[in-house]
Design a binder for this molecule. Structure first.
Ligand code: ADP
Ligand code: MG
Length: 222
């Protein structure tokens, strides 16, 4: 599903530098990513999603190389094949929760919205416990509720690769378990692989593989 080879990235000449020789995630695989704050976990997810471009190396998803795509191709690929739960949620304040969840359909002509998609929004929202709050705007939702809107938006397109950045970070223990159940259930139905950055060590036993990110950190010259 995902193959990374000889990946190198930096935020400018003196900025943080990330280097990953190899990372392979199989179809339907579930990989947890742990590591200290600032070790580049979010940076990696942004590279995989094609939001950032590496200096060198390859990032293949299925049979496509994300690095070689044109910007337009990459945008469409991201919207149709990748579900991304951002660490800061990245919800749009001027849209309702429902409109936020349906956002990929607004911006991607290749995604067709129909009654099934609308039903799916309700089903996902019910499963997350925000089914009765879909007409609210983000500023009328708690942090945990906003996070669940972001999760529904990542799942609505039935992506083949789910990138989750601390998706359970703002939730109580019972909700954390429920959200992870939902992520796994949806990924199984869609045959998707999951890459989940998490600080919730009690959730790690549910992942067949855990990658500790500390090893990829290269010291920045002082
Ligand atoms: P993590 O998600 O593991 O906490 P990040 O990937 O967010 O880490 O950040 C890795 C490092 O890159 C940090 O030192 C951070 O300060 C730096 N960084 C993140 N985003 C930028 C940016 N846009 N410009 C410059 N440096 C950045
Ligand atoms: Mg981060």
């Amino acid at each position: 599903m995902l193959t990374i080879e000889n990946l190198a990235f930096s935020y400018g000449a003196t900025g943080f530098r990330l280097s990953i020789p190899e990372l392979v995630v199989a179809d339907r695989d579930r990989l947890a990513i742990v590591g200290p704050s600032g070790s580049g976990k979010t940076t990696l997810l942004n590279l995989v999603a094609g939001i950032l471009s590496p200096e060198s190396g390859r990032i293949r998803i299925g049979d496509k190389d994300v690095v070689e795509m044109s910007d337009a191709e990459r945008r469409q690929f991201r919207a149709t094949r990748i579900g991304f739960v951002f660490q800061d949620f990245a919800l749009l304040d001027y849209l309702s929760a429902r409109q936020n969840i349906l956002y990929p359909y607004r911006i991607t002509p290749a995604l067709k919205m129909d009654a099934e998609v609308r039903d799916r929004v309700q089903t996902l929202a019910d499963a997350c416990g925000i089914g009765n709050k879909l007409d609210r705007h983000p500023d009328a939702l708690s942090q945990g509720e906003q996070q669940r809107v972001a999760i529904c938006r990542a799942l609505v397109t039935k992506p083949k690769l789910i990138l989750s950045d601390e998706a359970t970070g703002n939730l109580d223990p019972e909700s954390k378990t429920r959200i992870l159940d939902l992520l796994f259930e949806q990924s199984e139905q869609a045959g998707a692989a999951v890459l989940a950055v998490t600080h919730d060590h009690e959730l790690l036993p549910r992942f067949p593989r855990v990658l500790d990110f500390a090893q990829y950190r290269e010291s920045v010259p002082a």
